[in-house]
Design a binder for this molecule. Structure first.
Ligand SMILES: CC(C)(COP(=O)(O)OP(=O)(O)OC[C@H]1O[C@@H](n2cnc3c(N)ncnc32)[C@H](O)[C@@H]1OP(=O)(O)O)[C@@H](O)C(=O)NCCC(=O)NCCS
Length: 185
């Protein structure tokens, strides 16, 4: 299944993008998009973006199975990958990897060299939860373990490196994990 461009101004695209956000991040509770209203606000932010964001989706018939978005940063040198989501029932079929690959190609075509992203650990899914990340952070990062299918491991498989953390980003002991990939020389 091939990713194709999504248009946040198209009501069908926008509604399904919001639905996939709610369904895909339900496992995070209030740290995800708890309802359609908050997900639709997120889509509205994409409509306001200048330069236009990258938005790609994979469809099965009339159903959007997953999508990826990205915003230009640092004068276009880097793009922030945000968000990436696949409907729970469509996960583990290679859709996430396909979305990331085509996103990287889009970034290259727009002259970007680097993709960056933050992947929060809000639910004790990695060994960085409750670690003292101010004290020798690189030792904690080097020894990171995935305790409950945190997506950082998906990104490692796609060639991303952990380049840092924000300790306590989501409350005490709940860090954000930063990852980057070079996509052009
Ligand atoms: C993370 C996510 C996008 C991955 O998409 P997917 O379509 O299920 O992933 P793929 O099938 O393309 O998986 C590619 C590889 O990553 C692995 N992988 C996928 N999710 C993983 C996870 N959470 N933990 C560890 N490995 C994972 C797969 O096993 C596969 O490995 P393999 O190539 O060795 O077989 C999807 O699980 C999702 O939408 N999760 C909920 C939303 C979310 O957390 N988004 C990321 C926020 S930063």
């Amino acid at each position: 299944m091939k990713p194709t461009p999504l248009d946040p101004h198209n009501p069908t695209h926008a509604r399904q993008m919001a639905e996939v956000l709610v369904a895909g991040f339900a496992y995070l509770g209030d740290f995800g998009w708890a309802d359609m209203a908050s997900a639709e606000e997120e889509i509205e932010e994409f409509r306001q973006e200048d330069p236009p964001p990258i938005m790609l989706g994979i469809w099965e018939g009339d159903t959007l199975l997953g999508w990826i978005g990205g915003l230009s940063a640092y004068h276009g040198h880097t793009w922030e990958l945000h968000p990436l989501v696949v409907r729970p029932e469509a996960q583990n079929r290679g859709l996430g990897r396909a979305l990331v690959a085509d996103f990287e190609e889009e970034v290259r075509q727009r002259g970007g060299t680097t993709i960056h992203l933050g992947t929060d650990d809000t639910h004790g899914q990695t060994s960085l939860t409750d670690a003292d990340l101010y004290n020798n952070p690189w030792q904690h990062i080097r020894n990171i373990r995935n305790l409950a299918r945190h997506p950082y491991e998906f990104y490692l498989k796609c060639g991303y490196a952990i380049t840092g953390v924000i300790p306590d980003a989501n409350g005490p002991g709940k860090p954000d994990i930063f990852m980057c990939k070079r996509v052009a020389p």
